[in-house]
Every structure is written in C-alpha cells, then in structure tokens.
Design a protein around this ligand. Structure first.
Ligand SMILES: Cc1cc2nc3c(=O)[nH]c(=O)nc-3n(C[C@H](O)[C@H](O)[C@H](O)COP(=O)(O)OP(=O)(O)OC[C@H]3O[C@@H](n4cnc5c(N)ncnc54)[C@H](O)[C@@H]3O)c2cc1C
Length: 492
C-alpha cells in the first residue's frame, strides 16, 4: 500500500475515530510527544496532525532539520549535512511500496517549487575525474574504475549466492583477501585504500573495516537523477515543519514509561506527561545514552543498537575568488598514502552545478575522526597540501575567500552522520530499533529503516511509519472499545 493510500485509509478511519472519541471523552486528542525535529520527527508529526492529533515536538537544538542543516555562506548557502536527494525516482528493485513511485522528498521539492539540479545519474558511470596521487599519478583512473567494478561484482555475486564466506566479514577484510596479493606493491596498497574510501567509505560514511560485506548496498534505491538543492535543503525542512508545534532548545533527558502514561523529562527537570512518545533522535545519541529510559529498553533493542555502526562524513567547503580548475570535472580525487587514514579522497567541483567557485572536500570515517581534533588552521593546511598536489601550477590558498568545516562527531545532538550495518548486523536490527516498546514508546529515524538507510528518504519514511503505528494503536484500542460497547449493548 502506498503512503497516499495509507493516508486516505487513515483519513477515513480517523473520521470514525474523531467522532467516537468525541462521544466517549472530553479530550479527543491524546497528548503525544515527538523527540527531535529532524526529517523523521517532522514527517511523523505531519502524519499525526493530518489524523487530527496535536503532537508536540521537543528539539534540543535551537533549530529544526537535524542532520539537514543549511547555513549562509558567501553570497548564498551551504549544506553542512545532507545535500543530495538520492534519485528522483522511480523506486527500484523489490520495493513493494516504492516500486515505480517518485522519491517522496523529490516530490515535496517539485510540488513546492524548490529548485533542484541534477548532478549525475547511475552509480556505474565514470563521472569526469581528475586524479592526483601523493607520489605523482602513474595509473590511469580507468584502471582503478575497472578494479572497483570487479570488486563490486565479486561482492554482488557472493550476496546473490548467499555465500557463507560473507558472514561476520567486513567489506575490507573480504576484498583484501581476494584482491591483494601476499606481497602487494606500494601502488596496489594505495589503490586498494583509495577504492575502499572512495567507493564504500564515502558513500556510506562507513568504517570499511567494520562495514558488513553481507549487507553493503542491498538497501533499496530510487533510480534516476541525483539532485542537489542549490538554495539549501532547509527549504524542505521549512515545508515539513509548517503548522507544527515545535519547542526548540528542549533537550530530553529522561523518558519514564514505567507507570501510567509516559513522563518526558526535559532539560533542567521540567516534566511533561503524555500518552505516547516518538523518539526520533539519531543512532549516535541513542548509543551514547544521552536519554535515560525508565525502565531500560529491552535487551534485543540494546544489542541491535550496538551492532549498527554510526558513520561519519565531514565536509570542508572552500570558496575561491574564481574557478581555477577545469569547470567540466565532477570530482577531484586524491590517492593518499596507504598508511594514513584515506584522507581527502574526494573533492566535489560544486562550480559545475552552481557556477560558483566552490570546492567541497570530504573526509569519511577514519579520516574524519583523524581530523576531528585538528584546529581550522591545521585542517586547511592539510587540505591545501593536497590541492597543491592536484594543481601544482596554482597557489590555491591565495585565491581562498571563505571556508566552513563540519565536525559532526563533536556535535552532541548527532555524534554521527549516517547509519551502516556492522559486521554482525542485519536489516532485522533496523527493524528492532523501529519496534514500539510497551505500546507507549515509538521510534523513528533513518537508522530504523533499512530501506534507503542513512538518507533523508529513510528518515522521512521512518517518521511516516512510526506515525502509522501510533495511529494504528489507537484505532485498535478504539476497535476493542467499540466491540465492548457492542457486546454490552447486546447484553442489555
Ligand atoms: C554530512 C552529512 C551529509 C549527508 N548527506 C546526505 C545526502 O546527501 N543525502 C541524504 O539523503 N542524506 C544525507 N545525509 C543523511 C541525512 O542527513 C540523515 O539520514 C537524515 O537527515 C536523518 O534524519 P533523522 O530525522 O533520522 O535524524 P536527525 O536529522 O539527526 O534528527 C534528529 C533530531 O533529534 C534531535 N535531538 C537529539 N538529541 C535530542 C534530545 N536529547 N532531545 C531532543 N532532541 C534531540 C537532534 O537535534 C535532531 O534535530 C547526510 C548527513 C550528514 C551529516
């Protein structure tokens, strides 16, 4: 059933629900709290509002959007979190619900006139690259690309055969054993490290030494163009938050569901009592136990939590006086020494898509952790060292106008960027994290949806699903109540 069908069905059910609850109670709208105003929390609140509830969102930051975060930058904006709508659609593979459907985030953008710009399409194309190497490049990129495709095919075949060799292995372990000889050359090691970072590290923000080989890349996708939003993803946030009751600067510390209702403790001790709560905070926040649950969440929930990985991808966004590089390039790639944590593997030529002289340099997982404690000056020095190798003929630093960096692991409200499946994890872990506890505590967030995991698509869909579950619970209670009334009326 599509979200649209579900909404229609819910509309009907809720006409019935509202009528009945008006008859049965003076308060027809049980209080519901949603923790977190990221895409998942906002999507959930929109659905509940549509079904005549009045949810209150408690958000610890002084802004909405969570890991979607647009800031003013130079003469425009910069997205410090999500920037791509991954695939306009239709949905591909065995996605009963999304097969043939438009990406819901793209749909929101299109219907509200939010400008999006196509970057590329299809993950097997060679986008236009410039490759540089800490030792000076010798091997052409086409060779590296073919090797990468060989690795992808190897994993895909093993997955198709459900080969037990995959069990408990990381992407890196498995590919290292297959593609590196016992005495690899320096070139082999550099190229292997580059591919790990470029193909599996960057895309998933994952630590390739922990990223499950069994479950890499079997998540569903939306096909078609991969779009960026030049004036900022926050435009979508603004649409999603319309008409909602959002309380900013309200960090939830404790959720007590031991008695009647749920006590939500906020910040300095303020307490709200609600009927149900939807927790949409990131996996990283749940892992850090920033919120204290009373009673403790079930053992299987805690195990799933520990099996999933919270990955990182940090950005360094650089604005120059002019575009001194080839405008037509998509990426400037760098092969780092294999004994360093895959630093500065990818740099996006943002100029190609926006006309602005901007480069976005990325560091994922190991390299992001490596740079997390660097001062801005140290970070810039390292970045320009690499740009110097890419453009030896230009003094790039002289042309720098402005920069901005991210440091997501140091952000207590995120502590991560994307969720990935660790070596021992399976999609069931995402399912477990999305299951309600005691019919009172519900969960949403990208980590609860293996479909599109790690993306704004997953966040949005997970919020809708959590909302459906909450509504379903009330409908069930109401149905039980209606049955009781019917039974009683037959007795009398
Ligand atoms: C650098 C980066 C690049 C990315 N790129 C892309 C991309 O290009 N495309 C894509 O689709 N996805 C991308 N993502 C992933 C995407 O941003 C996330 O998957 C999605 O935004 C997650 O939404 P969410 O609602 O699950 O969580 P969040 O957006 O993290 O929302 C959770 C909310 O909970 C709040 N919160 C935390 N603790 C508390 C507390 N104690 N009390 C109250 N509130 C609390 C947080 O402040 C936050 O607002 C990227 C992420 C990052 C960081």
């Amino acid at each position: 059933m599509s979200i649209q069908d579900t909404l229609q069905a819910l509309d009907h059910l809720y006409t019935l629900f509202t009528c009945l609850t008006h008859l049965l109670s003076t308060d027809s709208k049980p209080p519901i709290a949603i923790i977190g105003a990221g895409f998942s929390g906002l999507a959930c609140a929109q659905l509940l509002t549509k079904a005549s509830f009045k949810p209150v969102i408690y958000e610890s930051r002084n802004r909405t959007g969570g890991r979607v975060y647009t800031v003013p930058f130079s003469d425009g904006t910069a997205d410090l979190g999500a920037s791509w709508i991954h695939g306009r659609g239709p949905g591909a593979f065995d996605m009963q619900q999304w097969e043939g459907q438009e990406n819901p985030i793209y749909q929101i953008a299109r219907e509200n006139g939010v400008e999006t710009v196509k970057t590329w399409e299809g993950d097997r194309e060679i986008e236009k690259q410039k490759l540089s190497w800490y030792r000076g490049g010798k091997v052409p990129y086409t060779h590296i690309h073919s090797l990468m495709i060989e690795m992808e095919d190897y994993l895909e075949d093993l997955q198709e055969d459900e080969d037990p060799i995959l069990n408990g292995k990381s992407v890196e372990e498995l590919l290292r054993a297959k593609f590196l000889s016992e005495n690899p050359t320096q070139d082999d090691l550099d190229i292997f490290g580059f591919i790990m970072s470029y193909r599996w590290g960057q895309d998933y923000g994952a630590d390739v030494s922990k990223f499950s080989a069994r479950w890499q890349e079997v998540d569903a996708i939306f096909q078609g163009s991969e779009d960026i939003v030049p004036k900022g993803m926050c435009q979508i946030t603004k649409i999603l938050e319309r008409g909602l009751d959002i309380r900013l600067g309200q960090a939830v510390r404790k959720i007590d569901f031991s008695g009647n209702g749920v006590k939500v403790q906020i910040g300095d001790g303020q307490e709200e009592i609600v009927d149900k709560v939807v927790v949409s905070v990131p996996l990283g926040v749940l892992k850090a136990r920033t919120i204290n649950f009373e009673p403790e969440l079930p053992e299987n929930f805690r195990q799933s939590l520990s099996r999933l990985g919270s990955g990182v991808l940090d950005k360094l966004i650089l604005r120059f006086t002019h575009c001194f590089w080839d405008h037509s390039l998509d990426w400037l790639n760098y092969i780092a020494p294999s004994d360093t944590p895959y630093i500065w593997t990818q740099t996006l030529n943002y100029c190609k898509f926006t006309g602005k002289p901007i480069l976005i340099m990325f560091n994922c997982e190991q390299s992001a952790h490596h740079f997390a404690t660097y001062t801005d000056e140290q970070l810039i020095e390292s970045a320009f060292d690499v740009l110097g190798k890419t453009f030896p003929e230009v003094n790039a630093k002289e042309h720098l106008v402005e920069y901005i960096r991210t440091n997501w692991t140091q952000d207590p409200n995120a502590q991560m960027c994307y969720t990935y499946l660790g070596k021992e994890a399976s999609p069931k872990d995402c399912e477990t994290l999305g299951k309600p506890v005691n019919g009172k505590v519900y969960f949403a967030g990208e980590h609860t949806s293996f479909e599109f995991i790690g993306t704004v698509n997953a966040a949005y869909i997970s919020g809708m699903k959590a909302g459906e579950k909450v509504i379903g619970e009330y409908v069930q209670s109401l149905y039980a109540l209606a049955c009781c009334i019917a039974m009683i009326s037959t007795i009398y």
